[in-house]
Design a protein. Structure first.
Length: 234
């Protein structure tokens, strides 16, 4: 019953906000709905976007842990390079992941994501709720994220936005899994190859890496994004 309620709520918000989309970066991590028991993780992400007008670069460093079964919290420090090529601490973010069902118990696996971000140098806030879906088809997996986002503050417009991400992955081997990724938002539709790898150590410790090369296909002109992530779970 709780799955039906939260899914209906999120989809209602997503559809109502569908006429607008985030002004910021659309390309980012595609989230999976799973939370390992007693997991702890350290995560680093890099995102680079090159257009005819700008060369954007951001990094984030996070630490997270499961506080109860199926529910994890993670905090991030975000650094960005400005137009003057200076790099500084630009924002912080708190993230909560909730695994709604036991993996493999139902037709598909579901989760929820909650995020809050605060800019450090301006009055700007962002809160998001995301529905996470994953389904296996033989040796392939389809993962989809649908987000409803609210921005507010003295220096930005108060508005609702929406965002969509998808990843279709071939589980060739743990160390190398090629994928196709799709990102959609206002005035942005991007697609490109992704690559995922996983190396397991003793016990629950594992190192996961991801990379993606996304090209905007909705408009003419240069718009390419590269994302890279390392995640150590223990």
């Amino acid at each position: 019953m709780r799955i039906i309620i939260v899914t209906a709520l999120l989809l209602s918000i997503f559809l109502l906000s569908g006429s607008v989309r985030a002004d910021g970066m659309v390309v980012d991590k595609v989230y999976h709905p799973y939370v390992l028991p007693n997991e702890k993780e350290i995560e680093w992400r890099l995102l680079s976007r090159q257009t005819a007008e700008q060369n954007y670069l951001a990094q984030r460093l996070g630490f997270g842990f499961a506080i109860v079964e199926g529910f994890a919290l993670e905090g991030y420090a975000i650094g960005e390079r400005d137009i003057d090529e200076n790099y500084s601490f630009a924002a912080y973010e708190i993230e909560a992941r909730w695994q709604l069902v036991e993996q493999g118990k139902y037709w598909a696996d579901w989760g929820l994501l909650f995020e809050y971000e605060k800019r450090t140098k301006e009055s700007a806030h962002e809160a998001a709720i995301g529905l996470i879906f994953e389904k296996e088809f033989g040796r392939t997996s389809l993962t989809m994220n649908a987000f409803a986002i609210h921005e507010w503050g003295k220096e930005i417009e108060n508005e609702w936005e929406s965002e969509f991400r998808a990843q279709y992955r071939y589980r060739w081997m743990s160390a190398f899994q090629p994928a196709i990724e799709v990102y959609a938002g206002e005035d942005f539709v991007g697609i490109g190859p992704g690559f995922i790898g996983l190396h397991r150590f003793v016990g629950q410790r594992q190192l996961k890496w991801e990379a993606g090369f996304i090209t905007e296909v909705g408009h003419n002109g240069k718009d390419h994004s590269f994302r890279l992530a390392l995640e150590f779970e223990y």
